[in-house]
Ligand binder design. Structure first.
Ligand SMILES: Cc1ncc(COP(=O)(O)O)c(C=O)c1O
Length: 314
C-alpha cells in the first residue's frame, strides 16, 4: 500500500495478510463473528507515538482466545508487529488499536463451530474517547442503569466479547436521563460496569472496584498498580449500589480515555460535585508516567510527511 495515502490517516486495517485504509477493509458476511457475535478482541492504545502495555494486551487476547477454544497461526510477536505496522502506516500518534479473532466462516450447511478456521483482523484508528475534554476535566454525569449486566455464569465478562446489547441499552438510558454514561447492576444489589469502562468508588481514602461480573480492564489493573506505587489502599470486592450514593469520589477507567471523574450520579453531585483529589492524582500519574515511557512500546519509522496527527519522522 502507499504509505503516504491520506486515506490511511483515518486508520489502517490488516485483513487476510494485507494492510489497507480502514474504510476499505471487509470481512466475509458469513463469518460467525458477525452473524453470531462469536468473536473475541482486545484494544490497546497509542499515546504520543507509544503503545501502552502492548504485551499485556496481547497476553490477554491470547487468554480470551484460549477460553473460547480459538487459535490463530500468529505468534505473540507477529501480532505485536502487525499492530505496530497498522499504527505506523496510519501515521497516527494517538490511536485506538483493536485486534480481533472471529470463529470464521463455516463450510456450507455446517453450524459446527469446530469446522471453522478462526480469522484475525486488526486495525488502528484515531484515539477514541468515552468523554470529551470538558467532561474529563469537570466530570461526567452518570446514571445507575435499570439494566442488569449479562450474568457472568452466562457469558464470562473476563473474556472480551461482542455481547454488548445490555451495555448499549445502558447508553440509550444514559442519554434519555441527561447523562453520558450508565453503570449496570448485577441483579443482586451490586454494581458492575458500563459500556467500555470499569468503575471505582472512593470512600474515606480507600478505593474499591467490583471484583466480579466485570471485564478485568487494563486501566483498572493500571490503577491498582498505581495505588501500590502511591501507597493508596485499593481493593477489588463486591460494591453495593447503595455505596455509590455515599461515595466521596467516583471515577471510570477505560483504554478509551484513561481515568475519568464522575461528577453527577442520577442527577445528584458526587462528593463536592467536582473531581476529587484521589481521582485527580491518579489521572495525572496515568498520563505523566505514559509520557515518560512507562510500560511503553514506541512506534518507530513513521512515514515522513504522513498527513495524520502522526506527522513525524522518528
Ligand atoms: C465491558 C468493558 N468493561 C471494561 C472495559 C475497560 O477495559 P480497559 O481498561 O482494558 O479498556 C472495557 C473496555 O472496552 C469493556 O468493554
Amino acid at each position: 500500500m502507499n504509505v503516504l495515502d491520506p486515506r490511511n490517516n483515518h486508520g489502517v486495517a490488516y485483513v487476510d495478510d494485507a494492510y489497507m485504509p480502514v474504510h476499505e477493509a471487509r470481512m466475509p458476511l458469513l463469518d460467525r463473528g458477525f452473524v453470531r457475535s462469536d468473536a473475541t478482541y482486545d484494544v490497546a492504545h497509542v499515546w504520543k507515538g507509544s503503545f501502552f502495555r502492548l504485551d499485556d494486551h496481547i497476553d490477554r487476547f491470547f487468554s480470551s482466545m484460549h477460553a473460547l477454544r480459538m487459535a490463530l497461526p500468529h505468534s505473540h510477536e507477529e501480532i505485536a508487529a502487525i499492530l505496530i505496522e497498522c499504527v505506523r502506516l496510519s501515521g497516527l500518534r494517538d490511536a485506538y488499536v483493536q485486534m480481533t479473532c472471529t470463529r470464521g466462516v463455516p463450510p456450507p450447511s455446517s453450524r459446527d463451530p469446530r469446522d471453522c478456521s478462526n480469522r484475525f483482523y486488526a486495525f488502528a484508528t484515531p484515539f477514541v474517547w468515552i468523554a470529551n475534554d470538558t467532561q474529563r476535566r469537570d466530570g461526567l454525569p452518570m446514571v445507575l442503569s435499570s439494566v442488569t449486566r449479562i450474568p457472568p455464569e452466562s457469558v464470562d465478562p473476563r473474556i472480551k466479547n461482542f455481547h454488548w446489547l445490555d451495555l448499549t441499552m445502558g447508553i440509550f438510558e444514559a442519554y434519555d436521563r441527561q447523562a453520558i454514561v450508565a453503570l449496570l447492576h448485577d441483579g443482586h444489589g451490586n454494581v458492575t460496569e458500563g459500556a467500555g469502562f470499569n468503575v471505582f468508588v472512593v470512600k474515606n481514602g480507600v478505593l474499591s472496584s467490583p471484583a466480579r461480573g466485570v471485564f478485568e480492564g487494563m486501566t483498572r489493573r493500571t490503577v491498582s498498580e498505581l495505588c501500590v506505587l502511591l501507597e493508596l489502599p485499593c481493593e477489588f470486592r463486591l460494591v453495593r449500589v447503595l455505596e455509590m450514593l455515599d461515595a466521596d469520589e467516583i471515577f471510570l477507567t477505560s483504554t478509551a480515555g484513561g481515568i475519568m471523574p464522575v461528577c453527577l450520579l442520577d442527577g445528584r453531585p458526587v462528593g463536592t460535585g467536582m473531581p476529587g483529589p484521589i481521582t485527580a492524582l491518579l489521572m495525572s500519574e496515568y498520563w505523566a508516567r505514559q509520557e515518560q515511557g512507562w510500560l511503553g512500546t514506541p512506534v518507530t519509522n513513521y512515514p515522513i510527511n504522513a498527513n495524520g496527527n502522526g506527522a513525524c519522522t522518528s
